[in-house]
Ligand binder design. Structure first.
Ligand code: 13P
Ligand code: SF4
Length: 410
């Protein structure tokens, strides 16, 4: 995680209203040179200022297009990314060099992305290949990395013939990988749950034909990260032992509880369970539907009046959806009562957003010139290989979604 210096005291003394007004004023001053992107897990007081909202895929596509297609006389100079570090890195790689991508709080990382380190991945790649070769296997291992990974991991995957995926397109990328040779094994980084759920949707018997590579076990001397050579040989997907600490909090018992409450309900209510595929397979199996944050929003928006939903994803999004749906007579609740909060996403708050914009508006420069703070830059060599993985993914995905004004749910 990167270190974020503390803000001047005055930012913390401002009221919510003062912060909102000051942010709106800076946005007016900076005009079309500034684009603010907001991931769906951001709190309402950030989403209110976003020019575009979306899931990881949509935001990467928007970042690529919004900066590249701005009129020459009104170029976009700054993309302020209200999300987490890997998202800002992706935006930096997909935008022209002249655009600075800014993360308002540098400590907004993603614990899942941190679970796959470059050296460990190189080590795993080597020992997996050595074991398979020693067993006489001569197929191809295709690496896939969830975009929730560092640029270095994306570069590793790009350089080794693989692709990125998001929770919206993991199925397509998985199917693409399986066609890369007559005999393919996928190495799926860093989220074992998205990897397992995707392999199962592809029809793979995940009990018999997947295994887990745990870098912590490799560190303590287990050469194949806890997998046996036989498991490795039998696997069609090798899953990196990473996970999301937020989605891990949803348990199969929570689904059972909902079903039980429905059974006892006087009106024979039937609650649909809708979860993010970062939840474990046992939860996904007990749910009615699983998909990305964008899919979750679309599903609720299209749902029947009077329907009941239990949603397994980050609490800010669920609360916002519940409020919006209530107006249509649709009942939305979170799948479990625990606080499923992405604490790193929450580090992006109005004081940090204003502090960032104040620098861009020259409030911290003697000459009033814009000053860029918290710029996220990816080294050109890393970018070159990481782009191969991103481009492979984007080539398999639908064209950039239309530009929509931020769809604030309130
Ligand atoms: P989405 O791509 O569905 O927005 O998910 C990103 C994420 O980090 C979920 O935890
Ligand atoms: Fe990372 Fe999980 Fe937060 Fe998503 S919800 S950004 S995967 S820690």
């Amino acid at each position: 995680m990167l270190w974020q210096p503390s803000l001047p005291e005055n930012y913390h003394k401002m009221t919510g209203q003062e912060l909102a007004e000051a942010i709106a004023a800076r946005k007016r001053e900076l005009g079309s040179a500034l684009v603010i992107l907001g991931h769906h897990y951001q709190a309402d007081d950030i989403i209110a200022h976003a020019d575009h909202t979306g899931d990881s895929l949509k935001l990467s596509q928007i970042a690529a297009r919004v900066a590249g297609s701005a009129p020459k006389d009104r170029p976009v100079r700054w993309v302020v990314f209200c999300g987490v570090h890997f998202m800002a890195e992706t935006a930096d790689m997909l935008t022209p060099d002249a655009v600075d991508v800014i993360l308002p709080d540098l400590s907004a990382g993603c614990s899942m992305a941190d679970m796959a380190q470059y050296e460990e991945t190189v080590e795993a790649w080597k020992s997996i290949h050595e074991s398979l070769t020693a067993q006489g296997w001569n197929g191809k291992v295709v690496p896939i990395t969830y975009v929730n990974s560092t640029a270095a991991i994306k570069a590793f995957v790009g350089a080794n013939g693989g692709a990125c995926c998001t929770s919206s397109n993991a199925d397509k990328v998985f199917a693409w990988a399986m066609k890369q040779a007559p005999d393919v094994k996928v190495l799926f980084l860093p989220d074992q749950h998205l990897g397992r759920n995707t392999a199962a949707r592809f029809g793979i018997d995940v009990g018999a034909h997947t295994c887990v590579y745990d870098p912590r076990r490799a560190r303590s001397g287990d050469e194949l990260g806890g997998a046996t050579p036989e498991q490795l040989l039998a696997s069609r997907a090798i899953l990196w032992a990473g996970h999301c600490s937020v989605h891990k909090l949803f348990r199969p018992e929570h689904c059972d509880q909902i079903r039980m409450e429905d059974r006892d309900h006087p009106e024979h209510r039937r609650t649909k369970i809708l979860v993010h595929p970062e939840c474990c397979k046992e939860v996904v199996d007990k749910s009615d539907l699983a998909g990305s944050t964008e899919f979750i929003i679309e599903t609720i928006r299209k749902s029947e009046i009077g329907s009941y939903w239990a949603v397994g994803t980050e609490v800010h999004l669920v609360n916002r959806l519940a409020r919006e749906a209530r107006g249509r007579g649709v009942h939305v609740r979170i799948l479990s009562d625990c606080q499923c909060l992405c604490t790193t996403m929450s580090r992006i708050d109005p004081p940090h957003l204003l502090w960032t914009l104040d620098h861009l508006a020259g409030r911290f420069s003697k000459d009033g010139k814009p000053k860029v703070v918290n710029k996220i830059g990816v080294h050109p060599e890393v970018r070159r290989d990481a782009l191969k993985a991103l481009d492979r993914m984007l080539g398999l995905t639908n064209p950039t979604p239309k530009f929509e004004a931020a769809t604030a749910l309130d």
